[in-house]
Write a protein that binds this ligand. Structure first.
Ligand SMILES: C[S@@+](CC[C@H](N)C(=O)[O-])C[C@H]1O[C@@H](n2cnc3c(N)ncnc32)[C@H](O)[C@@H]1O
Length: 279
């Protein structure tokens, strides 16, 4: 469990994800995820028996492993200070069109490889009432332990899908960390699906033609029936090929000499500004 690459491969092969801390385990259970096993610090057994009693009863086939803190740290590579750790069955991947159906606000995470940023963005998206998340093929796994924890388990409330192809990136197939047979998807299943579904596609990026988020010309965008917001990776930002496909670029103005905000912070501002409003 201490080797990230091996863990990702094991997660994919066995179709599991790890929920860390009792509140996160609880949110996963409430969202209908099935536990495979629990790992609990010995000193925490009694409390867990109370807090997770219903889960132990509903899933008697899921073993409860325990040990002292030192043994558990050795096993996991981190200190289990927030109660339970549970291995849970990974929900089947959703097709992009499923996530878009009925959604009015969709966040698009392009190549966000950092699970901490992804988790923070998921938390903001859920808190600001966005309906779905679309990931480019290279983006991190939202069910990676750290992404789940940073999202505070809100990831279980946000429908998400991974596109199999991306502008300028070709067809990547199913990345590690996501199980199931890749469903056949056209080479343009990501952004094209948004267009087909009638979404206005907005890039959050500092470009020459980007309009400042507070500019009154953007007023109609706030009331757009369906809107997708694309955020880019730390470093490269939104890909040029993607920018060319977006309907509008928007930016958060910054003082001279400042290059950018962290993507999680920038996303939170834009998620609020472009949230769904009553018409
Ligand atoms: C750290 S930035 C990318 C690096 C940036 N292209 C640069 O040259 O410094 C990561 C992402 O955060 C968002 N972002 C950060 N600051 C922004 C701003 N002031 N306006 C719009 N988007 C911003 C964009 O989505 C961008 O792709």
């Amino acid at each position: 469990m201490t080797d990230a690459a091996l863990r990702r491969a094991a997660d994919a092969e066995h179709g599991v994800f790890l929920a860390e801390s009792t509140p996160v385990v609880r949110r996963a259970l409430d969202a209908g995820c099935r536990p495979v096993s629990f790992l609990l610090p010995q000193r925490y057994l009694e409390t867990a028996a109370e807090q997770l009693a219903d889960a132990f009863e509903t899933f008697p086939e899921a073993p409860v492993f325990t040990g002292d803190d030192e043994l558990l740290s050795q096993l996991t590579g981190f200190h289990l200070h927030r109660g339970a750790l549970a291995a849970m069955e990974r929900p089947a991947p959703r097709p992009v069109d499923d996530v878009l159906a009925g959604a009015r606000r969709v966040l698009v995470a392009e190549d966000l490889t950092d699970p901490t940023n992804l988790g923070a963005i998921v938390r903001s998206a859920v808190a600001l009432d966005w309906d779905g998340l679309l990931l480019s093929p290279r983006a991190a796994d939202p069910l990676y332990r750290r992404a789940i924890r940073v999202s505070m388990g809100t990831v279980f409330r946000l429908p998400w899908a991974r596109a199999l192809a991306w502008p300028g990136a070709g067809h990547h197939g199913m990345p590690a960390g996501q199980v199931g047979k890749p469903h056949r998807a056209p080479a343009t299943d990501g952004l094209e699906a948004l267009r087909r579904a009638g979404f206005v596609v907005v890039a959050l990026e500092v470009t020459d033609q980007a309009v400042a988020l507070e500019d009154p010309v953007l007023e109609p965008l706030r009331y757009a029936e369906r809107l997708a917001l694309v955020v880019g990776a730390e470093g490269p930002g939104v890909r040029a090929e993607t920018l060319a496909l977006c309907d509008v670029h928007v930016k958060i103005p910054m003082p001279a000499g400042v290059d950018s905000l962290n993507v999680g912070a920038a996303a939170a501002v834009a998620l609020w500004e472009l949230r769904c409003r009553p018409v």
